[in-house]
Ligand binder design. Structure first.
Ligand code: ATP
Ligand code: MG
Length: 185
């Protein structure tokens, strides 16, 4: 049996956007026993969850993901969103895609992964978001309305294939392949 790796493709956000989102989450929910905030350096926008693959497939998967990266992807911070809304497992912030470039990127990444790596595309509509906190195992929380983060416009920085290692304090991500997007910042 070869080594397996848990893989996902994500859009990287500018450092300033990640620290602003982390600061907003700290102010909005504070320190709680039932929620675990995601550290600023781990915040990301998932494009495709690939799941467990043989480590030797990672090179090909990385090529499929990075070849789909192209052009500028302007984004905006949207509203806070508990998912699922009635029985939350995570607190997220929606990401708005005013030009449709993010949706187009998502479509290209899924198509490349389907064609080259046998990924079955998700049936549900792509709803871009950044997870800022996770409900701790066994906790049940009330999805209270939260004040929105300050408005912000920025360009996506890169598309990255990550390996995720599950760990008790929150999964650790390792970048395996990365392609920059135009005009980051
Ligand atoms: P943890 O599971 O330790 O709370 P995590 O969810 O960030 O942390 P992973 O479960 O490895 O770590 O997930 C990596 C990324 O893929 C995250 O953005 C996560 O939301 C997303 N993801 C995980 N499982 C799925 C899934 N079944 N469908 C869609 N996206 C998923
Ligand atoms: Mg998870």
């Amino acid at each position: 049996m070869t080594d397996a790796a848990r893989l996902f493709a994500a859009v990287d956000l500018p450092d300033a956007v990640r620290s602003d989102l982390a600061a907003w989450a700290r102010a909005a929910i504070g320190h709680r026993d039932d929620l675990r905030r995601v550290p600023a350096d781990a915040l990301h926008l998932t494009l495709a969850f690939i799941g467990d693959r043989a480590l030797e497939e990672a090179g090909e998967i990385g090529e499929a993901v990075t070849e789909a990266a192209e052009g500028e992807v302007p984004l905006r911070i949207g509203a806070p969103l508990w998912l699922s809304p009635r029985h939350p497992h995570v607190l997220t912030v929606a990401i708005e895609d005013p030009t449709g470039a993010l949706t187009a990127l998502h479509t290209r990444v899924e198509a490349a992964l389907a064609a080259r790596c046998g990924l079955v595309p998700e049936r549900r509509t792509f709803r871009p978001h950044v997870t800022v906190a996770r409900v701790r195992r066994g906790a049940r929380i009330r999805p209270v309305p939260l004040e929105a983060p300050p408005p912000s416009r920025f360009n996506a920085v890169a598309v990255t294939l990550y390996r995720s290692r599950l760990s008790p304090g929150g999964s650790q991500y390792e970048a395996l392949a990365r392609a920059p997007l135009a005009r980051p910042g």
